[in-house]
Write a protein that binds this ligand. Structure first.
Ligand code: ADP
Ligand code: MG
Length: 704
């Protein structure tokens, strides 16, 4: 039998590494041989054309090689700038290079060293004409290494203290020379044919040391043939893992086969003051089918803010209740839990079902009673925050778990609630419209339904941007809306890392509006630190129209539903994240009236801040907003990686590689479908890669 390729061998044992270097590589997250081979350059330089110094031209970016003649360090008298001046020469002439405030460079260059410089050539006009480079890229060349570092497209690697890109290049070359021919193939042959991929060994070799003919921009854009192959591999493996999971969940986990009878939902439909939209009906059908099926439901409902997810959930909850099961509804904030409680209670009580609310700040006695009620089965729907997942909470017969605004929860929290039931069905709702590429990765093992239209009669929220000085105009607009019988929100910014300051700002703003701006109107205040009863009564008053203007912190970000509120001002809008702004804006525009969002920004505003504000003005489409958000923040930051379980991708980039992701997903799901559990011999290579790469990490993607 072939000897196995040493993918998992510690780099320490690779020839040319050893413990000291292994330690340095570890800082770059390179631990195994595999990590090393997949440590792809983050950019490339074209050094295939080395110019003679005499031939360089002003204005052009040139690469030259020469010997160090002199290095000096001077200080400009007035601006106190430290300048390192380097002179190198080749047989044709002398070239100067300059670096500013990088004194340490003086010691780096030694007379007689062979140096490569690459940068833009400038013509210096003061103190005598000469050509020079300003802050060029530099590299010291050893006498016999030229072919590796010059005369070619050169890979540039991330560095760490004590380990340079150049050292990495040398090591990589040695390692590849010795091992590359033995790298086994992983992809099924038909895919290599289908996409005309290079063999894996060639792709790995080329990604590090591309042929001269390779286009530099393709390399730097991650679009070279080698890159595409490796990106595909990474996404294909991920999707294979997800496909397996999904099958595993469907096949291995028997769930409750609910009796889904239309008559169960009828009484509630009669109570509703509206008809469901087509989009809501379609999603409800998906859920009904899942619930009727013998396997546990794992469904994600995506729907933009205000699309009407709650009622769809309630109709599903009713099915569970009519089948004799309890439902847990978990909301990310107490205020949202309270709101759900207040609004669902009405419906359920008229249907003679019981609802309880469980939150963390309940009084001890009250809490114990509620927990007792849950355990004995004396309530049908239990609404709460993450307090629902405490150990003490035991359900009599939990059949359905609904998680609202899922993006606010971690995967683990979701999982622990599910474990409290006997394979309950799981319905997850999110208003963050996740771009498709991210959804495929993040929720690849879930089924997704989208409520893609809002209830009729809503017009887009008019969004405008004001700068601090124009504040009065914003206030006048609020006044106008209140005069017409509408209600308003003013959102105070989050003061980073300090809930206390946060509160103080909210209190001050409350006082300011009450006394100075709108002394004739009823002003309310809502923030996270209030007692539950206070929150409840403020929410109830606002809902009943007894409060005209609600000054609130970002606690109103998710879920709050007050259709008569038509205008929202967001103070210091530049401080908020894009999806947060979108969520906040979603608190208005929930009825038939034209609604407004006024963002008040204060200078200084960062470039990204500007981009966020502009995006808000430009569109109310949640999908566009989230694409833009993903583009601004990058996938890792999108939800906060730790929370979301987004696996770390090394080569692929979810935005750039959306097309490859979709292709890889289709192929992966098909393969898993046709090669049961990847247990056939044909799947052995994939399986080996999968086990190595995603072992332990796939857990994060699991739901149950
Ligand atoms: P979200 O999807 O943001 O959670 P909600 O479920 O809170 O949205 O619904 C937003 C508002 O729209 C609520 O006031 C709700 O009563 C109302 N609504 C939901 N469905 C419809 C519908 N089909 N027609 C009219 N109004 C609806
Ligand atoms: Mg909601």
């Amino acid at each position: 039998m072939e000897k196995e390729f040493p993918w998992q061998t510690s780099v320490q044992y690779i020839k040319g590494v050893g413990p000291k270097r292994a330690f340095l590589l570890g800082k770059l997250n390179i631990f195994t041989f595999e990590d090393l081979l997949y440590f792809v350059p983050f950019r490339y330089e074209d050094r295939s054309e080395i110019k003679k110094i005499a031939q360089v031209e002003a204005g052009k970016t040139e690469t030259v090689v020469g010997e160090v003649m002199a290095v000096s360090l001077t200080e400009t008298p007035r601006r106190r700038m430290k300048i390192v001046d380097l002179a190198i020469s080749d047989a044709s002439g002398v070239l100067h290079a300059k670096w500013f405030n990088q004194q340490y460079l003086k010691g780096y260059f030694k007379k007689g060293d062979r140096i490569m410089l690459s940068g833009q050539i400038k013509a210096k006009t003061y103190g005598g004409y000469r050509l020079e480079m300003e802050s060029p890229i530099y590299e010291r060349l050893d006498q016999n290494e030229d072919s590796l570092h010059m005369d070619r497209i050169v890979p540039v690697y991330h560095e760490t203290k004590g380990w340079t890109s150049k050292q990495m290049r040398t090591l990589m070359r040695q390692v590849l020379e010795r091992y590359v021919a033995d790298i086994p193939e992983m992809l099924p042959f038909h895919l290599i044919l289908k996409y005309q991929f290079s063999p894996l060994s060639e792709a790995i070799a080329q990604v590090h040391f591309p042929d001269k003919e390779t286009k530099l921009h393709l390399l730097n854009d991650g679009r070279s043939r080698a890159h595409r192959r490796l990106i595909f591999d990474e996404l294909y493996l991920l999707q294979t893992g997800l496909a397996l999971r999904k099958k595993g969940i469907r096949e291995k986990i028997p769930g409750i086969a609910f009796d889904v009878d239309e008559r169960f939902q009828k009484p509630l439909r009669k109570l509703l003051p509206f008809l469901l939209t087509d989009a809501q009906e379609r999603v409800l059908r998906d859920i009904n089918l899942d619930m009727a099926g013998a396997h546990a439901m794992n469904r994600l409902i995506q729907g933009d803010v205000g699309s009407g997810k709650t009622i769809v959930a309630l109709l599903s909850i009713l099915i569970a209740i009519k089948n004799g099961y309890q439902t847990a509804l978990m909301a990310p904030t107490e205020i949202l839990a309270v709101q759900h409680f207040l609004s669902l209670k009405g419906y359920l009580e008229s249907l003679r079902k019981t609802v309880v609310l469980l939150t963390s700040d309940m009084k001890k006695k009250q809490k114990e009673d509620t927990i007792e009620q849950i355990a004995t089965g004396h309530c049908d729907l239990i609404i709460g925050t993450h307090s629902l997942i405490q150990k003490a909470v035991k359900f009599k017969k939990l059949g359905l778990v609904v998680v609202d605004e899922q993006h606010k929860f971690g995967v683990l929290q979701r999982a622990s609630l599910v474990q409290k039931g006997l394979r309950p069905d799981l319905l997850i709702m999110t208003a963050t419209p996740i771009p498709r590429t991210l959804a495929l990765t993040l929720y690849g093992d879930l089924n997704i339904s989208v409520i893609d239209a809002s209830p009729p009669g809503r017009s887009p929220i008019l969004t405008s941007l004001y700068y601090g000085k124009q504040r009065d105009r914003a206030y006048r607009q609020i006044e106008k809306e209140i005069q017409r019988g509408r209600q308003a929100f003013v959102v105070c910014p989050l003061v980073e890392e300090s809930e206390k300051l946060d509160l103080k700002a909210a209190m001050e703003m409350f006082g300011f509006f009450k006394q100075e701006i709108f002394p004739d109107h009823k002003i309310g205040l809502l923030h996270g630190k209030m007692k539950r009863e206070e929150k409840e009564s403020v929410m109830a008053e606002f809902k009943a129209g007894e409060i005209d203007l609600l000054v609130a912190t970002t606690v109103v970000e998710v879920g709050i539903d007050i259709p008569n509120a038509t205008i929202m001002a967001i103070e210091h809008a530049e401080r908020f994240g894009l999806s947060q702004l979108h969520q906040l804006r979603g608190r208005v525009g929930r009825g038939k009236e034209q609604s407004y969002c006024l963002m008040i920004a204060e200078y200084p505003i960062s470039k990204e801040g500007k981009r966020r504000l502009n995006a808000m003005v430009a569109t109310t489409d949640g999908f566009k907003i989230s694409e833009e958000d993903l583009a601004i923040r990058g996938p890792g930051e999108f939800f906060g990686t730790r929370q979301s379980g987004v696996p770390t991708l090394h080569i692929a980039n979810l935005i750039r590689d959306a097309d490859i992701l979709e292709a890889a997903r289709e192929d992966a799901f098909l393969w898993v479908q046709e090669h049961k559990d990847l247990k056939d011999t044909e799947s052995l290579p994939i399986r080996a890669f999968l086990e190595r790469k995603w072992q332990g990490k796939l857990e994060w993607l699991s739901i149950a």
